[in-house]
Write a protein that binds this ligand. Structure first.
Ligand code: SF4
Ligand code: SF4
Length: 464
């Protein structure tokens, strides 16, 4: 059976240099930083840009709370489709499990909004307050004009990013163009203003002040690592067999001749770490898999003339001299289940009914009409959930001689619903019991595949 990676929970405070409270990360460059910046730019572009996209004359992605509709690129989902949304979330969660077993916390390092916004705020901090040493000096300096000005710039930039984030987020629930117009003309409603303020404050506090504390103390995902990772999971690891014993050395003499490994104990991997941990202590709960330590260590290895990869993506088996085994039973099982779940979800979304028919019977049991027929009354609600106009023919299936009174030819615009009152009458001799089953149908004449059926009951006198 595959062994699990022992994930340790080392207090972050044990690693932090006394001069860097709170954590002040050092700037660095490298291939994984470039990868994260590229991915981050794409994600920010999608987040800030998608909200402005039009589609068929309306916002492409909009969770319209007032209309209780969710529009996404021409498809509309209704409250009845909530189960599909829940199923989608379950599939995403399972996908995250699969990725974690395969490659640890890549989600946290490259795509999690908390990480991405923290990196963006760190960039704003660097732009306004300088590099790590300048920021440490600024933190320790007494208050003066320069410190005040730099702090003002930093918090101003943070607030600007937070406000843009909040406006975009609210824009996914309230059409963004009218929202911006309302803001510019100071006509924003109290509820909208509250949510704008709330999400601005939440972004500012989370990415500006709490940062790694959200990952360490509030996000449960890191805790799952210990049960999901195994010895074949590819995680960011320090190669202790190669690196130890660590220590300072003469550069021109080979490490082995000095009784040393390749780690020069420069602490660069710790200084770039956004959660302030030392990867050389092993895989830890606090490691968000950002790969900053790989970039930092690779640059040191380059400078020393050693091979890169003292800190690298590797499985525990690889570090022990074994090979990488991507196709193991557990992962294959996850992949099969994930594939089935995705296929089922796609099928459920593609085949969901695009018309909804609700039938409610009036409370009165029954009555006779002038011709002696038994009558029951019904309230119907017909809803066109598609994005095109629907022409529906209402009908009822039931006992022989059944007749229907009321409008039965209904045309509904996309998203339109109509309440209808219908009376069904049946000759009394056709009723064999107190309650007889009826089926109401709404057949879409233009797209018969998008039709609806709904059962109800017809009540007659007890003596038939
Ligand atoms: S950056 Fe590399 S060489 Fe420097 S302390 Fe970390 S592991 Fe050792
Ligand atoms: S240990 Fe390395 S990968 Fe983990 S959070 Fe710190 S810098 Fe990122």
């Amino acid at each position: 059976m595959t062994e699990r990676i022992p994930v340790t929970n080392i207090p972050v405070a044990n690693h932090r240099p006394a001069t860097s409270q709170p954590i002040v990360t050092k700037g660095f460059s490298g291939r994984f930083r470039n990868l994260r910046i590229g991915g981050g730019v794409l994600l920010f572009f999608l987040y800030f840009g998608t909200v402005w996209l039009p589609w068929n004359g309306q916002q492409a992605v909009l969770w319209d709370i007032s209309q209780r509709q969710f529009h996404i690129f021409g498809a509309t989902f209704w409250p009845e489709d909530l189960t599909l949304l829940m199923a989608g979330l379950v599939v995403c969660a399972f996908g995250l499990f699969f990725i974690t077993v395969l490659a640890g916390r890549v989600w946290c390092g490259y795509a999690c909004p908390q990480s991405m916004w923290t990196w963006l705020f760190l960039w704003a901090e660097k732009v306004t307050e300088g590099d790590r040493n300048q920021r440490i000096r600024l933190n320790q300096a007494p208050w003066g004009a320069d410190k005040l000005f730099r702090r003002f710039q930093k918090h101003g930039l943070w607030l600007l990013i937070s406000a843009a984030t909040a406006l975009t987020f609210v824009g996914y629930f309230t059409p963004i163009r009218p929202l911006v117009t309302e803001l510019l003309t100071l006509e924003t409603g109290a509820m909208t203003a509250f949510w704008l303020f709330f999400f601005t404050a939440a972004t500012y506090i989370n990415a500006g002040w709490l940062r790694e504390k959200v990952c360490l103390h509030m996000c449960p995902y890191g805790r799952f690592q210990s049960v999901m990772l195994d010895d074949d999971s590819v995680v960011i690891s320090y190669d202790s067999a190669r690196g130890e014993p660590r220590g300072h050395r003469k550069r021109e003499v080979a490490p082995a001749k000095q009784g040393l490994g390749d780690c020069i104990d420069c602490q660069q991997c710790v200084q770039v770490c956004p959660t302030g941990i030392d990867i050389r202590d092993g895989l830890q709960m606090a490691c968000i898999g950002c790969a900053a330590c790989i970039d930092a260590c690779d640059s040191i290895m380059d400078r020393m003339g050693y091979d890169r990869g003292l800190v690298r993506y590797a499985s525990q088996n690889q570090l022990a001299g074994g090979r990488f085994r991507p196709f193991r039973p557990r992962l294959a099982g996850y992949a099969v289940v994930l594939g089935v779940m995705v296929a089922a979800l796609v099928w459920a979304v593609a085949s969901r009914p695009l018309v909804s028919l609700d039938v409610a019977k009036d409370r009165t049991l029954f009555r006779y009409d002038g011709a002696g027929r038994v009558e029951n009354s019904y309230q119907l609600r017909l809803l066109n959930k598609s994005t095109v106009t629907g022409q529906y023919q209402l009908a009822v299936e039931g006992p022989a001689g059944l007749a229907l009174e009321g409008s039965t030819d209904i045309t509904l615009a996309p998203g339109e619903s109509r309440d209808l009152a219908l009376v069904v009458s049946v000759p009394p001799e056709q009723l064999e019991q107190l309650s007889t089953e009826l089926i109401f149908t709404a057949v879409n004449r233009l797209e018969p595949e998008h039709s609806a059926r709904q059962g109800s009951a017809f009540t007659g006198p007890a003596w038939y």
